[in-house]
Design a protein around this ligand. Structure first.
Ligand code: PLP
Length: 371
């Protein structure tokens, strides 16, 4: 069986270093807010290109804390509207509603699965305060037009960078920035299955705004900057020392890993030839780090079953859009035809830096024989 994602094989590549890192933490006697977290925050900020990076408990908290910090800073208030793609993973929406902000869902572009930037303006109202872009499946969602819209309407742009660490955007003048350094603030997830995966939960916020970083950091630690002095009603969301130590090991190999993912994607793109299948579109190779390789097929369920019977495990990201979830009854009546067709047609092929050539050949041959 070719697994969709073999996490054990991925982490086995760094087995010795991970064990050493864990034992150093165990022996240090210091398990939260120590040297490993500091080092990771420094490394991550350096890598992304922002002056600030704050480690937090997970990716959902990273996004929740950004909105909570903007509310504390008076930039937003309860009831304000946040534009967000309708086809995102539910965590993006939860971060908004958890802060009593209102998600305004906008359709994606069917070709990239990312928020359709041309549709944003029609959804801006007096209460719109931010656009939450999601770099879905590992592909940057950005354009110079997006920046113009945000400037014109004085909106913050927040990046959900859970899936796209390492992806780059190139401006017309040639400048290149990494996702996480494009908007006003970005939330990262280091959930084990993400491209930079911890061995448990972890997340981070990056931003060029040092005041925002300070408030996010305080909010994730009971609202306290100085111990036992509480400036805000915060929460407990910390990136612990063991996970930070693992992430310090794995961050060094991130580029090597996303390049291996790009090789897998190139192979799929060049060799999958089946008229039942629509391959993902990429406009610039640098834009995509291939967290997921997502194809479309009208008879998706049949294709998934066919592949599983022949030893190829594929998953669906995601089977039900947020507005159709029981958790969001108030959104259930809304209609987003592009989003709904995506959720019915998408299938994620095995994607990881440790797939072997023979496995790729088998996957492609099996797909090409599907009728
Ligand atoms: C994984 C993910 C999150 C949440 O990250 P966790 O670390 O699981 O809390 C948020 N947004 C997107 C798009 C994700 O894929």
């Amino acid at each position: 069986m070719i697994k969709f994602l073999d996490l054990k094989a991925i982490n086995d590549q760094y087995r010795q270093e991970l064990i050493k890192a864990a034992s150093r933490v165990i022996e240090s006697g210091w398990y939260l807010h120590g040297e490993n977290l500091k080092e990771f925050e420094t490394q991550l900020a350096d890598y992304i290109g922002t002056p600030n990076a704050v480690g937090v408990g997970n990716g959902l908290d990273a996004l929740r804390l950004i909105f909570k910090a903007y509310i504390e800073l008076g930039v937003m208030q309860q009831g304000d509207e946040i534009i967000v793609p309708a086809n995102t993973y539910i965590a993006s929406i939860l971060a908004i509603t958890d802060n009593d902000l209102k998600p305004v869902l906008v359709e994606p572009d069917i070709n990239t699965f990312n928020l359709d930037i041309d549709k944003i303006e029609a959804h801006i109202s007096k209460r719109t305060k931010a656009i939450l872009v999601v770099h879905l499946y590992g592909q940057v969602c950005w354009s110079e037009r997006l920046e113009e819209i945000a400037n014109q309407y004085k909106l913050k742009i927040i990046e959900d960078n859970a899936q796209a660490i390492g992806a780059e955007f190139q401006y017309k003048n040639g400048d290149i920035k990494l996702s996480g350094n494009l908007g006003d603030a970005a939330g990262f997830s280091f959930y084990p299955g993400k491209n930079l995966g911890a061995l448990g939960d972890a997340g981070a916020v990056t931003t060029n705004d040092s005041k925002l970083a300070e408030v996010v950091s305080a909010l994730g630690n009971y609202g306290s900057i100085k111990k036992y002095i509480n400036d805000f009603q915060g929460l407990n969301s910390r990136l612990d020392e063991i996970q930070a130590a693992f992430l310090n090991v794995k961050l060094k190999f991130l580029k090597q890993e996303y390049e291996a993912r790009r090789t897998v994607a190139d192979f799929y793109l060049a060799n999958i030839k089946n008229s039942n299948i629509i391959l993902p579109k990429v406009f610039d190779r640098k834009n995509h780090v291939w967290h997921l390789f997502v194809i479309r097929c009208k008879v998706r369920d049949k294709l998934q079953e066919y592949l599983l019977e022949r030893g190829v495990q594929c998953l669906i990201h995601y089977p039900i859009p947020p507005h159709k979830q029981t958790a969001y009854k108030e959104l259930n009546e809304l209609s987003f035809p592009i989003t709904e067709s995506i959720h019915q047609e998408v299938l994620s092929l095995p994607m990881s830096p440790v797939l072997e050539k023979e496995e790729l050949v088998k996957i492609v041959d099996t797909i090409n024989e599907f009728e």
